[in-house]
Design a protein around this ligand. Structure first.
Ligand code: PA5
Length: 470
């Protein structure tokens, strides 16, 4: 029994009439969809890509769990220093499965320690975090595949200095653990030189596809999550989607094809993922990065200039019913809304009967639950969108547990890889980000980037004096 189902009826004409995709549109794309599966398999067979295989690496699971078991009880904080794909997956697992209400103040009930994913280099946040996490009670997990990402490097230097001042050089090693490329990159050299404990990001798995490697699994283990359950779920989904070439039988392929068709044929290039469960909002942010960075490309695989890519949006139900849903309903018909929900929440908060019972405007709520209300709001929103002919789909997790999360993450990774093939782009690179990174290195004076410093100053010169600073 899958722990996740996806209802895509309302993406098609069966659900929303002619605004939806017709059977013949889906039939048209079917051969290219089959090729997308074959290409993804080929990239795996040639060892260029490895995300489907990640959940089979049970030795990695054993290692991260063994590391977490060795963490002494005084380690109350586990801080992940990474950004983008080196942070979002771990955070998605943590917030979905550890269910922290406010990680800045409390450890989740029953969890061995609290996790932080500062991600950004905002000095105000980082300063506050360092104050909250005394060196003797904290392990810092430095996560960077390239080993040279500027934000992570800056955080590492601050933390290294702080740890060695507070604890002395000898004890630093017990408070640092590194996750990086097995061989390449400057951080691997630091690991060797300092004798630091480390984990590997397989060289054929890029940042945003790395949640099921130590990038996501080490934080998961440190938080006491069910690492094997996550991998079981991911493996189960990989079995469903990795080889099935029929668009009508493969959920990841149908999702990718439907979103691709809505974008390319119907002009619906904004793809919203809207969880109706607070713990899944970070999974929506993880998906946003995966979809954006993988599919937004200037050139196709043949080198033609194409400038393609749907714009992903993360929204939160029911909160954003009071924010974005007005736009989704009545604004431009350029969106597809993917709802994400949980069938068995495992907890309900009852609304008492009889309180303000004499007022009809309140009495109707008595005897219902907050989860029930959330579900009714999601269904109501979907039905309203359906009546307007706006395409939607609903992903339902049986429970918000490790298996379902593993399935969800693998579903989206596979859909992204297949969509890359449909768009004709390389979903695994990010040349546009690299350029900005190099210019930033130039601006901050990194050795070897003098040409970028020069290029940056040329661009600034060309801009001339600012004319519209008001
Ligand atoms: O998905 C990606 O490849 C990126 O988002 C990276 O994860 C991000 O830029 C961080 O890179 P690194 O892990 O090399 O520090």
């Amino acid at each position: 029994m899958p722990a996740l189902t996806i209802d895509m009826t309302c993406l098609t004409s069966s659900g929303i009439g002619e605004e939806g995709l017709s059977e013949s549109e889906l039939q048209d794309v079917a051969p290219r969809a089959a090729v997308a599966v074959q290409e993804t398999r080929k990239a795996h067979a040639e060892g260029k890509v490895g995300f489907f295989e990640a959940p089979r690496a049970r030795d990695v699971a054993s290692r991260v769990l063994e590391y977490a078991r060795r963490l002494p009880p005084e380690i109350e904080n586990f801080v992940v220093l990474g950004i983008g794909g080196s942070s979002l997956g771990g955070r998605a697992l943590y917030t979905a499965l550890a269910k922290p209400l406010d990680p800045l103040h409390a450890r989740s009930k029953g969890m061995p320690r609290r996790l932080f994913f500062p991600d950004n280099v905002d000095p105000c946040t980082f300063h506050a975090l360092l104050k909250l996490c005394p060196p003797e009670n904290t392990v810092f997990n430095v996560v960077t595949k390239s080993g040279s990402t500027v934000e992570t490097a800056a955080q590492l230097l601050i933390v290294l200095d702080r740890l060695s001042r507070a604890l002395g050089e000898q004890r630093v090693r017990k408070h640092l653990v590194v996750t990086t490329d097995p061989d390449k990159g400057p951080l691997r050299r630091v690991v060797r030189d300092m004798g630091l404990e480390s984990f590997e990001v397989p060289s054929n798995i890029g940042g945003r596809f790395s949640v099921l490697t130590p990038v996501g699994l080490l934080p998961a283990a440190a938080a006491g999550l069910d690492v094997h359950g996550i991998l079981d779920g991911a493996s189960a989904m990989a079995r469903r989607v990795a080889d099935e070439t029929s668009v009508f039988r493969n959920p990841a392929l149908l999702l990718a094809s439907a979103l691709y068709l809505h974008d390319q044929r119907r002009g619906r290039n904004i793809h919203v993922l809207m969880p109706y469960a607070d713990g899944l909002y970070d999974a929506a942010e993880w998906f946003r990065q995966l979809w954006a960075e993988s599919l937004g490309k200037a050139r196709d695989l043949k080198g033609n200039t194409v400038h393609v890519g749907p714009t992903p949006v993360a929204a939160r139900g029911a909160t954003d019913q009071h924010s974005q849903v007005q736009l989704f309903m009545e604004g431009p018909d350029d969106k597809v809304i993917l709802f994400l929900t949980v069938k068995e929440r495992g907890l309900e908060v009852q609304i008492p009967r009889g309180v303000l019972g004499e007022y009809d405007d309140f009495a109707y709520l008595g005897g219902h639950g907050l989860g029930e209300l959330l579900d009714a709001e999601r269904k109501g929103t979907q039905l309203a969108l359906t009546r307007e002919g706006r395409p939607t789909a609903t992903i339902t997790l049986e429970r918000q547990d490790a298996i379902a999360l593993g399935e969800l993450l693998m579903l989206f990774q596979a859909a992204t890889a297949f969509a890359g093939s449909l768009y004709g782009v390389d979903p695994y690179d990010q040349p546009g980000v690299e350029e900005g990174k190099r210019l930033a290195f130039g601006l901050i004076g990194r050795k070897g980037h003098e040409a970028y410093a020069e290029a940056a100053s040329q661009v600034m010169k060309a801009l001339g004096d600012p004319r519209f600073i008001l």
